[in-house]
Design a protein around this ligand. Structure first.
Ligand code: UDP
Length: 480
């Protein structure tokens, strides 16, 4: 059985205060030609991790826009999810590979799941590798199929990618978070760059009174009078939790009162979680100032909200990262972030806004100390980060990008806007690194091979300058 995830319907107008009237009206315009469109989002889990987080908020809003949106998850055993995690790791550059027996398990479970795709859809969006094979097994059935990859797949294990290429070639389009993530020479021809976004109104991100946040953490057992460092993420080696503990220990030698909370959810489709949890627990030893929490011990959305709001510094020391929603989540709450220079994180901490990018444990500790010693500077940084999140990483922007893609693939374009949006964005000119739509006067520009390219920020321009070909291979595969 495919599991239907019941999420109801939301009201987009509630987002006017956070995202602006223009963004809401633009979504209604974009949806005007897509009324009654049947869209299925298919992934592997209804909770834990960024994909579930986004779909939980996005699907109810798509419904409010007149789209018949459904969210379903594929069934899978631990054995199956161990295989799909191996594929995930291989796409992120891991070297362990996937054995022939594991590919058999992948195929057998996919066949079982495919038998349960019964209804008809106009668009099927398949998230990440777990349900990837369903397009092949189900057949086109008059739908447009989009593969939405949330992983940094810029340097995948070639053998694993080779197995996936025939499956990918059957898709109408692939969506990646960054221009550099599309694996070289992999199908399909149509590639779109759309970074994820957070929901400012979800229980995790909604306004929460400081006093309430403090009481929640006090109840959990954190000493709310002492400085607190925080990393919220699945328990996964790519998120480098042991590196976070190492950085905390350096900080603690100079500031003994500091505490660290590692908050991690156990996603159904990530069987490595418990193994990494035990490694962290053993490394933390009997230090009473290291807290280890999971959703299974009652730390849910509101508690994460309280942690991200109350922490003095949020850390996200990822070694590889698709996007890292947690960075935007912390910035949205006015908390400065120190994070690994990986994947989509620099998009959110561009140009020294919001916090610091780091490349080592020592650098992480230095930056954390700097922020702990000068909280006012940290708050200023975070305030700028919150404004960046407001402009670029709130849900309405993500939904708009996706609706434009649907309309484009269906050739059902809405009438052009009567005026430019309040932000002055026409929607035509895109940053080749992050896919953002650019202001007509975006002033970050570079010339390469006789052509001028424009960018949303100096950091995107810098990334492009380091290796233009990485981004041009995507730009040339996008819409004309
Ligand atoms: N998350 C959570 N509880 C936890 C750990 C993570 O709710 O204990 C959420 C986190 O707030 C974020 C998502 O899971 O919304 C993780 O998304 P991200 O893009 O950071 O990483 P992913 O898990 O997709 O690699």
């Amino acid at each position: 059985m495919l599991q239907n995830v019941a999420v109801g319907r939301d009201n987009l107008d509630k987002y006017r205060a956070a995202a602006g009237d223009a963004a809401v009206e633009e979504l209604r315009r974009l949806a005007s030609t897509l009324q009654g469109l049947r869209v299925l989002h298919l992934n592997a889990t209804a909770y834990g991790g960024g994909v579930a987080e986004i779909l939980r908020s996005e699907v109810p809003l798509l419904r409010d826009l007149g789209i018949v949106a459904r969210w379903k998850t594929i069934p899978g055993s631990n054995e199956f999810f161990a295989v799909t995690k191996a594929i995930h790791n291989a796409l992120q550059g891991g070297t362990r590979g996937v054995t022939p027996a594991e590919w058999d398990i992948y195929e057998q479970t996919s066949v079982l799941a495919a038998a349960h795709v019964e209804e008809s859809y106009d668009i099927v969006v398949v998230h990440d590798p777990q349900p990837l094979m369903l397009r092949h097994l189900v057949g086109r059935r008059d739908a447009i199929w989009i593969w939405r990859c949330h992983i940094d797949s810029s340097a995948p294990d070639p053998a694993v990618l080779a197995r996936l290429v025939p499956l990918l070639s059957e898709y109408d389009a692939a969506v990646y978070t960054l221009g550099s993530f599309a694996p070289p020479d992999a199908p399909p021809a149509r590639v779109e760059i759309i970074p994820p976004a957070i929901d400012p109104l979800s229980p995790k991100n909604m306004d929460l009174d400081e006093g309430v946040a403090t009481e929640v953490l006090d109840w959990i057992g954190v000493d709310v009078t002492r400085p607190l460092l925080l990393q919220v993420s699945r328990f996964d080696h790519w998120k480098d939790p042991l590196g976070v503990i190492a950085a905390y220990r350096i900080v603690k030698r100079r500031m003994p009162e500091v505490q660290l909370a590692l908050v991690g959810s156990m996603a159904l489709d990530d069987p490595e979680g418990w193994q990494v949890y035990h490694e962290i627990s053993s490394d933390a030893g009997d230090d009473p100032d290291i807290y280890l929490f999971t959703n299974l011990t009652g730390v849910g959305n509101i508690e994460v909200n309280a942690f991200q709001r109350h922490a003095d510094v949020a850390i996200q020391k990822s070694l590889r990262e698709g996007f890292g929603l947690v960075v935007s989540e912390a910035l949205w709450k006015g908390t400065p972030v120190v994070a690994g220079r990986a994947g989509g994180i620099p998009l959110q901490l561009a140009d020294g806004v919001g916090g610091y990018l780091v490349d080592s444990v020592e650098e992480c500790a230095e930056r954390v100390l700097e922020l702990l010693r000068d909280p006012a500077a940290g708050r200023r940084l975070a305030h700028a980060g919150r404004e960046l999140v407001r402009r670029r990483f709130l849900l309405p922007r993500l939904i708009g990008d996706e609706l434009r893609l649907y309309a484009d693939l269906l050739e059902q374009h809405p009438a052009p806007p009567r005026t430019l949006t309040a932000a002055g964005i026409t929607g035509e000119d895109r940053d080749p690194v992050c896919g953002m739509r650019l202001h007509p006067d975006a002033d970050h520009q570079l010339s390469h091979a006789g052509k001028r390219y424009r960018f949303c920020s100096a950091s995107c321009a810098r990334e492009f300058a380091q290796n233009p070909e990485l981004f041009l291979r995507t730009a040339s595969r996008g819409a004309p």
